[in-house]
Design a protein around this ligand. Structure first.
Ligand SMILES: [Zn+2]
Length: 174
């Protein structure tokens, strides 16, 4: 079977190994620092809209869905089953009056479900354009990791390199 990982310098012995333990997963994730596709015109158009247009949740729901679908097309993978942009505030926990944990969104690999909250934790303001896009691309990358790379997606340095490469290709980073 063709594996896209080969495009990213994956070691063939690793691919053939039937004992891909947690350590192997972590090392593979860390080693892959680029994405093996180029975002197309549709994805770049939606990103430009997300950076310029209304931050309102209903509008972002439509555009986020379009961006996820376009990126999956570009990467030649199945689309995400459900993308939900919620008007709720970000989930957070406080300790001693200080915010110690915030969750912007998540991706559930088993059901292929992506969820993002569109409002800040305490004041309930709409997320800034770049914060929203960073979160969306972050969760989309978990989908890519699982479906295209066959990884149990974890936050390695490789994960963040892939994310930066994608964001740069989309013009999200300055
Ligand atoms: Zn994550």
């Amino acid at each position: 079977m063709f594996s896209p990982s080969i495009l990213e310098g994956e070691n063939w012995e690793m691919l053939c190994s039937s004992h891909m333990g947690t350590q192997g997963n972590y090392e593979r994730s860390k080693r892959m620092t680029a994405v093996a596709f180029t975002p197309g015109a549709e994805a770049r158009r939606v990103v430009r809209q997300l950076l310029a247009e209304s931050a309102e949740t209903g509008h972002r729901q439509v555009l986020a869905q379009q961006l996820c679908d376009a990126l999956c097309d570009d990467a030649a993978i199945d689309i995400i089953n459900r993308v939900t942009i919620s008007d709720a505030n970000q989930y957070h926990r406080k300790r001693g009056g200080r915010t110690v944990f915030k969750q912007y969104g998540y991706y559930q690999p088993r059901t292929r479900y992506l969820y993002i909250t569109n409002r800040t934790a305490v004041r309930g303001q709409l997320l800034a354009h770049k914060a929203f896009l960073d979160t969306l691309l972050h969760e989309w990358m978990h989908h890519y990791d699982g479906v295209r790379l066959g990884l149990d997606s974890v936050h390695t340095s490789g994960f963040y390199s892939r994310l930066n490469a994608l964001a740069a290709a989309l013009g999200v980073r300055d």
